[in-house]
Design a protein around this ligand. Structure first.
Ligand code: TYD
Ligand code: MG
Length: 462
Protein backbone atom coordinates (compact mmCIF):
# COMPACT_ATOMS: atom_id res chain seq x y z
CA UNK A 1 0.00 0.00 0.00
CA UNK A 2 2.77 2.37 1.04
CA UNK A 3 4.64 1.57 -2.16
CA UNK A 4 1.61 2.33 -4.27
CA UNK A 5 1.20 5.72 -2.67
CA UNK A 6 4.89 6.51 -3.34
CA UNK A 7 4.51 5.36 -6.96
CA UNK A 8 1.45 7.58 -7.30
CA UNK A 9 3.32 10.60 -5.99
CA UNK A 10 6.27 9.94 -8.31
CA UNK A 11 3.85 9.44 -11.20
CA UNK A 12 2.21 12.79 -10.53
CA UNK A 13 5.63 14.42 -10.46
CA UNK A 14 6.63 12.86 -13.78
CA UNK A 15 3.34 13.98 -15.34
CA UNK A 16 4.02 17.49 -14.09
CA UNK A 17 7.45 17.63 -15.73
CA UNK A 18 6.06 16.28 -18.97
CA UNK A 19 3.70 19.24 -19.33
CA UNK A 20 5.86 20.79 -22.02
CA UNK A 21 5.90 18.54 -25.03
CA UNK A 22 7.79 19.23 -28.21
CA UNK A 23 7.08 17.17 -31.29
CA UNK A 24 8.83 16.79 -34.63
CA UNK A 25 6.42 17.70 -37.43
CA UNK A 26 8.17 15.27 -39.78
CA UNK A 27 8.46 12.04 -37.81
CA UNK A 28 6.47 12.69 -34.63
CA UNK A 29 9.42 12.12 -32.23
CA UNK A 30 8.79 13.70 -28.80
CA UNK A 31 11.27 15.84 -26.85
CA UNK A 32 11.06 17.49 -23.41
CA UNK A 33 12.72 20.64 -24.76
CA UNK A 34 13.02 22.47 -28.06
CA UNK A 35 15.80 21.39 -30.43
CA UNK A 36 16.85 22.87 -33.76
CA UNK A 37 17.36 19.46 -35.34
CA UNK A 38 15.30 16.32 -34.81
CA UNK A 39 17.61 13.60 -33.53
CA UNK A 40 15.34 10.92 -34.96
CA UNK A 41 14.87 11.96 -38.59
CA UNK A 42 17.66 14.53 -38.89
CA UNK A 43 15.34 17.31 -40.20
CA UNK A 44 16.03 20.91 -39.17
CA UNK A 45 13.46 23.29 -37.76
CA UNK A 46 10.64 20.77 -37.52
CA UNK A 47 10.18 20.69 -33.75
CA UNK A 48 7.30 22.66 -32.29
CA UNK A 49 5.61 22.78 -28.92
CA UNK A 50 2.35 20.94 -28.44
CA UNK A 51 -0.59 22.28 -26.43
CA UNK A 52 -0.52 20.65 -22.97
CA UNK A 53 -3.29 18.07 -22.58
CA UNK A 54 -4.97 20.00 -19.77
CA UNK A 55 -5.82 22.93 -22.07
CA UNK A 56 -7.85 20.74 -24.38
CA UNK A 57 -10.34 19.96 -21.63
CA UNK A 58 -12.25 23.17 -22.37
CA UNK A 59 -13.76 21.34 -25.32
CA UNK A 60 -14.94 18.50 -23.11
CA UNK A 61 -18.60 19.55 -23.28
CA UNK A 62 -18.69 19.12 -27.07
CA UNK A 63 -20.22 15.90 -28.41
CA UNK A 64 -19.51 13.54 -31.25
CA UNK A 65 -22.12 13.12 -33.95
CA UNK A 66 -22.09 9.40 -34.57
CA UNK A 67 -23.67 7.87 -37.64
CA UNK A 68 -23.60 4.47 -39.30
CA UNK A 69 -21.92 3.50 -42.54
CA UNK A 70 -25.21 3.17 -44.36
CA UNK A 71 -25.85 6.89 -44.23
CA UNK A 72 -26.32 8.03 -47.83
CA UNK A 73 -23.06 9.57 -49.04
CA UNK A 74 -23.37 13.05 -50.41
CA UNK A 75 -22.82 13.03 -54.14
CA UNK A 76 -19.51 14.67 -54.94
CA UNK A 77 -19.83 17.93 -56.78
CA UNK A 78 -17.34 17.47 -59.63
CA UNK A 79 -16.56 20.23 -62.08
CA UNK A 80 -15.05 19.53 -65.46
CA UNK A 81 -12.33 21.68 -66.94
CA UNK A 82 -11.94 21.52 -70.68
CA UNK A 83 -8.62 19.75 -70.21
CA UNK A 84 -9.60 16.06 -70.42
CA UNK A 85 -6.27 14.66 -69.24
CA UNK A 86 -6.43 16.80 -66.09
CA UNK A 87 -10.01 15.76 -65.25
CA UNK A 88 -9.06 12.11 -65.73
CA UNK A 89 -6.11 12.34 -63.34
CA UNK A 90 -8.38 13.77 -60.65
CA UNK A 91 -10.74 10.81 -61.03
CA UNK A 92 -13.27 12.34 -63.46
CA UNK A 93 -13.43 16.03 -62.61
CA UNK A 94 -12.41 18.48 -59.92
CA UNK A 95 -14.21 18.04 -56.58
CA UNK A 96 -15.53 21.37 -55.31
CA UNK A 97 -13.88 22.48 -52.08
CA UNK A 98 -10.93 20.12 -52.46
CA UNK A 99 -7.27 21.09 -52.18
CA UNK A 100 -4.78 19.70 -54.68
CA UNK A 101 -1.02 20.04 -54.56
CA UNK A 102 0.87 19.94 -57.87
CA UNK A 103 4.60 19.31 -57.59
CA UNK A 104 7.33 19.13 -60.20
CA UNK A 105 10.82 20.17 -61.27
CA UNK A 106 11.49 23.80 -62.16
CA UNK A 107 10.56 24.60 -65.74
CA UNK A 108 8.52 21.45 -66.23
CA UNK A 109 5.36 23.47 -66.86
CA UNK A 110 3.46 23.65 -63.56
CA UNK A 111 2.58 27.32 -63.94
CA UNK A 112 1.64 26.77 -67.58
CA UNK A 113 -0.61 23.81 -66.71
CA UNK A 114 -2.47 25.63 -63.95
CA UNK A 115 -2.83 28.81 -65.95
CA UNK A 116 -4.34 26.72 -68.75
CA UNK A 117 -6.69 25.00 -66.28
CA UNK A 118 -7.71 28.41 -64.87
CA UNK A 119 -8.32 29.72 -68.38
CA UNK A 120 -10.46 26.68 -69.22
CA UNK A 121 -12.42 26.89 -65.96
CA UNK A 122 -12.91 30.66 -66.19
CA UNK A 123 -15.43 30.11 -69.01
CA UNK A 124 -17.97 28.86 -66.47
CA UNK A 125 -16.54 29.65 -63.05
CA UNK A 126 -14.79 32.45 -61.24
CA UNK A 127 -11.03 31.78 -61.07
CA UNK A 128 -8.33 33.63 -59.20
CA UNK A 129 -4.64 33.03 -59.96
CA UNK A 130 -2.25 34.33 -57.30
CA UNK A 131 1.45 34.25 -58.01
CA UNK A 132 4.20 34.84 -55.52
CA UNK A 133 6.88 33.91 -58.02
CA UNK A 134 6.29 35.92 -61.15
CA UNK A 135 5.28 39.45 -62.00
CA UNK A 136 1.92 40.19 -63.60
CA UNK A 137 3.74 41.00 -66.88
CA UNK A 138 5.34 37.57 -66.95
CA UNK A 139 2.00 35.85 -66.40
CA UNK A 140 0.30 38.04 -69.01
CA UNK A 141 3.06 37.13 -71.48
CA UNK A 142 2.45 33.45 -70.76
CA UNK A 143 -1.30 33.98 -71.24
CA UNK A 144 -0.58 35.67 -74.58
CA UNK A 145 1.50 32.69 -75.60
CA UNK A 146 -1.41 30.42 -74.71
CA UNK A 147 -3.74 32.63 -76.76
CA UNK A 148 -5.76 33.36 -73.63
CA UNK A 149 -5.28 37.08 -73.03
CA UNK A 150 -9.03 37.69 -73.05
CA UNK A 151 -9.89 34.88 -70.57
CA UNK A 152 -11.77 35.81 -67.41
CA UNK A 153 -9.04 34.74 -64.96
CA UNK A 154 -8.37 37.31 -62.24
CA UNK A 155 -4.72 37.75 -61.51
CA UNK A 156 -2.81 38.97 -58.44
CA UNK A 157 0.81 38.94 -57.32
CA UNK A 158 1.02 38.51 -53.56
CA UNK A 159 2.97 36.50 -51.03
CA UNK A 160 1.08 37.29 -47.79
CA UNK A 161 -1.45 34.51 -47.23
CA UNK A 162 -3.59 36.67 -44.94
CA UNK A 163 -3.87 39.40 -47.57
CA UNK A 164 -4.89 36.77 -50.12
CA UNK A 165 -7.54 35.21 -47.91
CA UNK A 166 -8.87 38.53 -46.61
CA UNK A 167 -9.45 39.72 -50.17
CA UNK A 168 -11.28 36.62 -51.37
CA UNK A 169 -14.87 35.77 -50.63
CA UNK A 170 -16.82 32.55 -50.98
CA UNK A 171 -17.85 33.59 -54.53
CA UNK A 172 -14.47 32.39 -55.85
CA UNK A 173 -14.81 28.89 -57.34
CA UNK A 174 -11.14 28.19 -58.03
CA UNK A 175 -7.99 29.59 -56.49
CA UNK A 176 -4.51 28.80 -57.85
CA UNK A 177 -1.53 29.60 -55.63
CA UNK A 178 1.86 29.62 -57.35
CA UNK A 179 3.67 28.49 -55.20
CA UNK A 180 3.06 27.43 -51.59
CA UNK A 181 6.80 27.89 -50.84
CA UNK A 182 6.68 31.61 -51.66
CA UNK A 183 3.76 32.37 -49.32
CA UNK A 184 4.16 33.67 -45.82
CA UNK A 185 1.99 34.36 -42.85
CA UNK A 186 3.19 37.28 -40.74
CA UNK A 187 1.91 35.51 -37.62
CA UNK A 188 4.71 32.97 -38.01
CA UNK A 189 8.24 34.16 -37.46
CA UNK A 190 10.10 32.36 -40.21
CA UNK A 191 11.13 33.08 -43.76
CA UNK A 192 8.94 31.78 -46.63
CA UNK A 193 9.61 28.21 -47.66
CA UNK A 194 10.50 26.98 -44.18
CA UNK A 195 8.60 24.09 -42.65
CA UNK A 196 6.61 26.25 -40.24
CA UNK A 197 5.65 28.83 -42.90
CA UNK A 198 4.63 26.21 -45.46
CA UNK A 199 2.56 24.39 -42.87
CA UNK A 200 0.89 27.52 -41.52
CA UNK A 201 0.04 28.86 -45.00
CA UNK A 202 -1.24 25.47 -46.20
CA UNK A 203 -3.38 25.18 -43.06
CA UNK A 204 -4.99 28.59 -43.71
CA UNK A 205 -5.63 27.82 -47.37
CA UNK A 206 -7.11 24.39 -46.59
CA UNK A 207 -9.33 25.95 -43.96
CA UNK A 208 -10.45 28.53 -46.51
CA UNK A 209 -11.27 25.78 -49.04
CA UNK A 210 -13.26 23.74 -46.53
CA UNK A 211 -15.25 26.69 -45.18
CA UNK A 212 -16.03 28.45 -48.48
CA UNK A 213 -16.20 25.49 -50.89
CA UNK A 214 -13.53 27.12 -53.09
CA UNK A 215 -11.30 24.59 -54.83
CA UNK A 216 -7.63 25.38 -54.21
CA UNK A 217 -4.69 24.30 -56.36
CA UNK A 218 -1.29 24.69 -54.73
CA UNK A 219 1.87 24.57 -56.80
CA UNK A 220 4.77 23.01 -54.89
CA UNK A 221 8.50 22.97 -55.50
CA UNK A 222 10.38 19.68 -55.35
CA UNK A 223 13.67 18.94 -53.64
CA UNK A 224 16.63 17.58 -55.56
CA UNK A 225 15.49 14.02 -54.73
CA UNK A 226 12.17 14.73 -56.43
CA UNK A 227 9.92 14.93 -53.34
CA UNK A 228 7.70 17.95 -52.73
CA UNK A 229 9.73 20.48 -50.73
CA UNK A 230 8.62 21.32 -47.21
CA UNK A 231 7.18 19.07 -44.58
CA UNK A 232 5.79 15.67 -45.54
CA UNK A 233 2.78 16.73 -43.50
CA UNK A 234 1.83 19.05 -46.39
CA UNK A 235 1.07 15.98 -48.51
CA UNK A 236 -1.00 14.54 -45.65
CA UNK A 237 -2.99 17.76 -45.26
CA UNK A 238 -4.20 18.14 -48.85
CA UNK A 239 -6.80 15.95 -50.60
CA UNK A 240 -4.87 15.27 -53.77
CA UNK A 241 -1.17 15.20 -54.61
CA UNK A 242 -0.15 15.32 -58.27
CA UNK A 243 3.34 15.18 -59.74
CA UNK A 244 4.13 16.74 -63.08
CA UNK A 245 7.10 15.01 -64.65
CA UNK A 246 8.99 14.71 -67.89
CA UNK A 247 12.34 13.70 -69.30
CA UNK A 248 14.86 16.46 -69.89
CA UNK A 249 14.85 17.34 -73.56
CA UNK A 250 11.53 15.62 -74.25
CA UNK A 251 8.41 17.63 -74.92
CA UNK A 252 6.16 15.04 -73.26
CA UNK A 253 4.89 15.61 -69.74
CA UNK A 254 3.22 13.13 -67.43
CA UNK A 255 0.81 14.17 -64.68
CA UNK A 256 0.63 11.44 -62.05
CA UNK A 257 -1.61 11.11 -58.97
CA UNK A 258 0.18 9.90 -55.87
CA UNK A 259 -2.67 10.60 -53.48
CA UNK A 260 -6.34 11.15 -54.16
CA UNK A 261 -9.07 11.15 -51.54
CA UNK A 262 -11.72 11.30 -54.27
CA UNK A 263 -10.55 8.80 -56.85
CA UNK A 264 -7.96 6.22 -57.90
CA UNK A 265 -4.33 7.16 -57.39
CA UNK A 266 -2.61 5.35 -60.23
CA UNK A 267 -3.97 7.52 -63.01
CA UNK A 268 -1.81 9.20 -65.65
CA UNK A 269 -2.41 12.25 -67.77
CA UNK A 270 -0.10 12.75 -70.74
CA UNK A 271 0.61 16.13 -72.32
CA UNK A 272 2.87 17.50 -74.98
CA UNK A 273 4.48 20.91 -74.39
CA UNK A 274 4.00 22.85 -77.60
CA UNK A 275 4.96 26.46 -78.38
CA UNK A 276 1.36 27.42 -77.59
CA UNK A 277 1.02 25.46 -74.36
CA UNK A 278 0.25 21.96 -73.16
CA UNK A 279 -1.84 19.71 -75.37
CA UNK A 280 -3.39 16.50 -74.01
CA UNK A 281 -2.27 13.27 -75.66
CA UNK A 282 -5.36 11.12 -76.08
CA UNK A 283 -3.70 8.08 -77.63
CA UNK A 284 -0.43 7.60 -75.73
CA UNK A 285 0.37 4.17 -77.20
CA UNK A 286 0.88 5.75 -80.60
CA UNK A 287 3.20 8.27 -78.98
CA UNK A 288 5.38 5.71 -77.19
CA UNK A 289 5.67 3.37 -80.16
CA UNK A 290 6.31 5.82 -82.98
CA UNK A 291 10.09 6.06 -82.90
CA UNK A 292 10.69 2.31 -83.11
CA UNK A 293 13.39 0.84 -85.21
CA UNK A 294 12.27 -2.66 -86.29
CA UNK A 295 14.79 -5.38 -87.05
CA UNK A 296 17.20 -4.84 -84.16
CA UNK A 297 17.66 -7.19 -81.20
CA UNK A 298 16.88 -6.07 -77.65
CA UNK A 299 13.41 -4.62 -78.11
CA UNK A 300 9.87 -5.83 -77.47
CA UNK A 301 6.52 -4.14 -76.92
CA UNK A 302 4.82 -4.31 -73.52
CA UNK A 303 1.07 -3.68 -73.24
CA UNK A 304 0.91 -2.02 -69.82
CA UNK A 305 -2.02 -0.68 -67.82
CA UNK A 306 -1.65 2.75 -66.28
CA UNK A 307 -4.62 3.70 -64.16
CA UNK A 308 -7.75 3.12 -66.17
CA UNK A 309 -6.22 2.79 -69.60
CA UNK A 310 -3.83 0.48 -71.44
CA UNK A 311 -0.62 2.01 -72.80
CA UNK A 312 1.80 0.24 -75.13
CA UNK A 313 5.47 0.92 -74.50
CA UNK A 314 8.71 -0.42 -75.90
CA UNK A 315 11.10 -2.22 -73.54
CA UNK A 316 14.69 -1.93 -74.77
CA UNK A 317 17.76 -3.81 -73.53
CA UNK A 318 21.43 -3.78 -74.29
CA UNK A 319 23.94 -6.38 -73.09
CA UNK A 320 27.38 -5.15 -74.08
CA UNK A 321 30.72 -6.68 -73.21
CA UNK A 322 31.86 -5.42 -69.83
CA UNK A 323 35.28 -3.99 -69.07
CA UNK A 324 34.53 -3.51 -65.37
CA UNK A 325 35.42 -5.84 -62.54
CA UNK A 326 31.76 -5.92 -61.58
CA UNK A 327 29.56 -5.38 -64.65
CA UNK A 328 27.16 -2.45 -64.73
CA UNK A 329 23.38 -2.72 -64.46
CA UNK A 330 21.38 0.39 -65.38
CA UNK A 331 17.64 0.92 -65.75
CA UNK A 332 15.54 3.84 -66.92
CA UNK A 333 11.80 3.77 -66.18
CA UNK A 334 11.84 0.46 -64.29
CA UNK A 335 12.88 -0.94 -60.93
CA UNK A 336 16.54 -1.96 -60.76
CA UNK A 337 15.78 -4.67 -58.20
CA UNK A 338 13.38 -6.28 -60.68
CA UNK A 339 16.24 -6.29 -63.21
CA UNK A 340 18.55 -8.03 -60.71
CA UNK A 341 15.84 -10.62 -60.03
CA UNK A 342 15.07 -11.32 -63.69
CA UNK A 343 18.79 -11.64 -64.52
CA UNK A 344 19.25 -14.05 -61.60
CA UNK A 345 16.29 -16.17 -62.75
CA UNK A 346 17.56 -16.25 -66.36
CA UNK A 347 21.05 -17.22 -65.19
CA UNK A 348 19.97 -19.95 -62.80
CA UNK A 349 17.02 -21.45 -64.69
CA UNK A 350 18.10 -21.03 -68.31
CA UNK A 351 21.89 -21.16 -67.79
CA UNK A 352 22.38 -17.99 -69.82
CA UNK A 353 25.00 -15.83 -68.18
CA UNK A 354 25.20 -12.04 -68.10
CA UNK A 355 28.23 -12.02 -65.78
CA UNK A 356 30.57 -10.61 -68.44
CA UNK A 357 28.01 -8.11 -69.76
CA UNK A 358 26.99 -4.60 -68.84
CA UNK A 359 23.20 -4.61 -68.90
CA UNK A 360 21.06 -1.58 -69.72
CA UNK A 361 17.27 -1.72 -69.69
CA UNK A 362 15.04 1.16 -70.59
CA UNK A 363 11.37 1.94 -71.12
CA UNK A 364 11.43 4.10 -74.23
CA UNK A 365 9.62 7.43 -74.12
CA UNK A 366 10.12 8.40 -70.48
CA UNK A 367 7.27 6.45 -68.86
CA UNK A 368 7.93 4.77 -65.50
CA UNK A 369 6.53 1.25 -65.27
CA UNK A 370 5.91 -0.32 -61.90
CA UNK A 371 3.70 -3.27 -62.88
CA UNK A 372 5.19 -6.77 -62.36
CA UNK A 373 3.42 -7.63 -65.65
CA UNK A 374 6.42 -6.08 -67.41
CA UNK A 375 8.76 -8.91 -66.25
CA UNK A 376 8.22 -11.08 -69.31
CA UNK A 377 8.77 -8.25 -71.80
CA UNK A 378 11.94 -7.26 -69.91
CA UNK A 379 13.21 -10.86 -69.91
CA UNK A 380 12.50 -11.25 -73.64
CA UNK A 381 14.29 -8.03 -74.53
CA UNK A 382 17.25 -9.06 -72.35
CA UNK A 383 17.40 -12.51 -73.99
CA UNK A 384 17.07 -10.92 -77.42
CA UNK A 385 19.89 -8.46 -76.67
CA UNK A 386 22.10 -11.23 -75.30
CA UNK A 387 21.56 -13.65 -78.17
CA UNK A 388 21.22 -11.21 -81.05
CA UNK A 389 17.87 -12.76 -81.97
CA UNK A 390 15.50 -10.12 -83.33
CA UNK A 391 11.95 -10.11 -81.97
CA UNK A 392 9.39 -9.04 -84.55
CA UNK A 393 8.23 -5.46 -84.07
CA UNK A 394 4.69 -6.81 -84.25
CA UNK A 395 5.11 -8.97 -81.14
CA UNK A 396 4.28 -7.93 -77.61
CA UNK A 397 4.59 -9.76 -74.29
CA UNK A 398 3.33 -9.49 -70.73
CA UNK A 399 3.43 -11.68 -67.62
CA UNK A 400 5.01 -11.81 -64.20
CA UNK A 401 8.08 -14.02 -63.66
CA UNK A 402 8.40 -16.01 -60.44
CA UNK A 403 11.67 -17.02 -58.82
CA UNK A 404 11.39 -20.58 -60.12
CA UNK A 405 11.14 -19.30 -63.70
CA UNK A 406 7.37 -19.76 -63.95
CA UNK A 407 5.32 -17.19 -65.88
CA UNK A 408 2.38 -16.04 -63.77
CA UNK A 409 -0.86 -14.53 -64.96
CA UNK A 410 -1.58 -10.82 -64.51
CA UNK A 411 -4.75 -8.75 -64.38
CA UNK A 412 -6.72 -7.10 -67.21
CA UNK A 413 -5.51 -9.37 -70.07
CA UNK A 414 -8.40 -8.58 -72.41
CA UNK A 415 -7.75 -4.84 -72.24
CA UNK A 416 -4.06 -5.39 -73.02
CA UNK A 417 -4.94 -7.61 -76.00
CA UNK A 418 -7.47 -5.14 -77.33
CA UNK A 419 -5.00 -2.24 -77.21
CA UNK A 420 -2.27 -4.36 -78.89
CA UNK A 421 -4.67 -5.30 -81.65
CA UNK A 422 -5.80 -1.70 -82.06
CA UNK A 423 -2.19 -0.62 -82.57
CA UNK A 424 -1.69 -3.25 -85.30
CA UNK A 425 0.37 -5.83 -83.39
CA UNK A 426 0.05 -9.39 -84.66
CA UNK A 427 1.32 -11.63 -81.88
CA UNK A 428 1.25 -11.67 -78.10
CA UNK A 429 3.21 -13.87 -75.71
CA UNK A 430 1.32 -14.25 -72.43
CA UNK A 431 1.08 -16.51 -69.36
CA UNK A 432 -0.61 -19.89 -70.00
CA UNK A 433 -2.91 -19.36 -67.03
CA UNK A 434 -4.33 -16.05 -68.29
CA UNK A 435 -8.06 -15.39 -68.42
CA UNK A 436 -9.27 -13.40 -71.38
CA UNK A 437 -12.06 -13.29 -73.91
CA UNK A 438 -10.95 -14.95 -77.14
CA UNK A 439 -12.65 -12.62 -79.57
CA UNK A 440 -9.51 -10.94 -80.87
CA UNK A 441 -7.77 -11.81 -84.11
CA UNK A 442 -4.32 -11.41 -82.62
CA UNK A 443 -2.16 -14.57 -82.51
CA UNK A 444 -1.69 -15.80 -78.96
CA UNK A 445 1.27 -17.78 -77.67
CA UNK A 446 0.86 -19.00 -74.13
CA UNK A 447 3.98 -19.79 -72.10
CA UNK A 448 4.39 -21.34 -68.65
CA UNK A 449 8.12 -21.10 -67.93
CA UNK A 450 11.07 -19.02 -69.03
CA UNK A 451 12.62 -22.13 -70.68
CA UNK A 452 9.43 -22.40 -72.70
CA UNK A 453 9.89 -18.77 -73.85
CA UNK A 454 13.45 -19.48 -74.97
CA UNK A 455 12.32 -22.49 -77.02
CA UNK A 456 9.47 -20.53 -78.53
CA UNK A 457 11.66 -17.65 -79.62
CA UNK A 458 14.32 -20.02 -80.95
CA UNK A 459 16.99 -18.29 -78.90
CA UNK A 460 20.32 -20.02 -79.06
CA UNK A 461 22.83 -19.15 -76.42
CA UNK A 462 26.18 -18.26 -77.91
P1 TYD B 1 6.57 26.94 -66.51
O1 TYD B 1 5.11 26.72 -66.54
O2 TYD B 1 7.06 28.29 -66.20
O3 TYD B 1 7.28 25.89 -65.52
P2 TYD B 1 7.27 25.77 -63.94
O4 TYD B 1 6.18 26.63 -63.41
O5 TYD B 1 7.06 24.31 -63.68
O6 TYD B 1 8.62 26.20 -63.46
O7 TYD B 1 7.08 26.43 -67.91
C1 TYD B 1 8.30 26.80 -68.37
C2 TYD B 1 8.70 26.13 -69.64
O8 TYD B 1 7.66 25.80 -70.53
C3 TYD B 1 9.59 27.10 -70.37
O9 TYD B 1 10.87 26.50 -70.46
C4 TYD B 1 8.98 27.30 -71.70
C5 TYD B 1 7.98 26.22 -71.84
N1 TYD B 1 6.73 26.66 -72.52
C6 TYD B 1 6.45 26.21 -73.79
O10 TYD B 1 7.21 25.46 -74.39
N2 TYD B 1 5.29 26.60 -74.40
C7 TYD B 1 4.41 27.44 -73.79
O11 TYD B 1 3.37 27.77 -74.36
C8 TYD B 1 4.73 27.91 -72.48
C9 TYD B 1 3.81 28.85 -71.77
C10 TYD B 1 5.89 27.49 -71.88
MG1 MG C 1 6.31 28.31 -62.24
Amino acid sequence: MKRRIIALIIGVEVMGKGDRNFYCGECGARYPKWLGKCEDCGQWNTITENIPFGEKSKFSDAHLNLQNLAAPPEKLDRKLSDVGEFDRVLGGGIVAGSVALVGGDPGIGKSTLLLQISVALSQDYSCVYVSGEESAEQICMRAARLGASDAGVQLACETDVDVILNSLGSDVDFLVVDSIQTLQSLSVEAIPGTVSQVRACAYKLINFAKTTGTTVFLIGHVTKDGAIAGPKILEHMVDTVLYFEGERGSSYRILRTVKNRYGPCDELGIFEMQPTGLVGVTNPSVLFLTQRDGGVPGSVVFPGIEGTRPILVEVQALASKSYFASPRRTVVGWDINRLFTILAVIESKCKISFSDRDVYLSIAGGLKISEPACDLAAAISLLSARSGKVISSETCAFGEIGLTGEIRSVSRCSERLKEAEKLGLKKVILPGSSNFSKDSAIEIQAVDTLMHVIELLGIEYR
